[in-house]
Write a protein that binds this ligand. Sequence first.
Ligand code: FES
Length: 328
Amino acid sequence: MLWACRVGKILRPSYSLDGCPAPRRLDGSVLAARFATASAGKSGTVRALVTKLEQASALDRVGDRLQRAVQATLRPQRVRDLLHGVWLGHPLHPAMVQVPVGAWISAAIVDLLPGQRRAATALVAVGTASALPAAVAGLNDWAGLARDQRRVGLVHAASNAVGVAFYAGSLAARLRGRHGTGRALAYLGLSAASAGAYIGGHLAYKQAAQVSQSVSELHRMGDEWQAVADLAALPERKLITREVDDVSVILYRHGDDVTVMLERCPHQSGPLGQGEVQEIGGHACVVCPWHGSAFRLNGGEVVHGPAATDQQLLPTRVVDGVLQTRLP
Ligand code: FES
């Protein structure tokens, strides 16, 4: 009877069963509010947990060692630039993870269909094999992050490593003909990889790892022309720092050409105005004093990472000997 009463309350909340107290009617808005409160509570807890990782200094011992190992292993600079995505103009890691994620999700769907064992095995194999280069590119980016970002990134990497281990086990089981075990391990792998993706989302969108740190500066600038310097007073081939609407920019004069570039480094906001000018590949480049990213002064293109995005230049004109700039 007790069970019947409970079922009655759950399944038919607006009707009374014989012998049961009449349940209170819950209208749609009350149910929606309760559901929203419960969901917000759970997601708030998860968010709070992931945010706590940013301050988890206990992770630093492992993180610092791993960082040194990654920096010692991934050499020379050309290899690091390749993995950062300097050639692409965007970080390479997020693009590379599309392959394992796509293959694993496809395998999860195919595993639900009859007679698709070979297809599922092939998808798990592709996903597992492609996870390795994606992880190497991710580690290369991770080694150049700030400490709070590295802590979260470490847990992101650990979740994904657990996911890869499950998928490797799944593949081994499938190849031995144990498809039931292979399916179960694959779903565990997908769960671990999904947790890793959530933490990676926090790293990218909340902590802004590998996101251009400079371009948001543009939102603080007006779009009218503004004077920044007397052209005749600008020294040749020297970096000069100026403010435009409280946004710091660097000026670099080469003959009659003057570059106006945002000063804040797109990688981690380093002060490019305190960097060196170096000739790289036949072009004058500014080298960030913090982690060595280099940007062409005649176009803003990134030449060396860890930054993977170009630096923003501002348009210029000279009126009555005065250099002016404005929003692009
Ligand atoms: S802040 Fe890292 S390279 Fe500039």
